[in-house]
Write a protein that binds this ligand. Sequence first.
Ligand code: CU
Length: 87
Amino acid sequence: MLYRVTPRPGTRLDYQPKTLIIKSGDSVVWTNNGHMGHTASRDLVPKFDTKGIAPGATSEPVVLNGSPGTVLDYFCRPHRGHDERKN
Ligand SMILES: [Cu+2]
């Protein structure tokens, strides 16, 4: 399955959804519809980092290998600790 994640409308920093439930082998792309560069990053297994996604750009597909039903949360590296985690 290919998931497409985009920022929640009306926000600058929040990708929506922030958490994905994946099956091993699923792929995810992140599209940045905002006005600032962002990443989608995760330091725990399965680790990934899209690197910077420019406004209007879409990341390369990230293939995720993990246990079925893995709850996958992630953050934006440059904005970590700012408002990525708030709702
Ligand atoms: Cu960001």
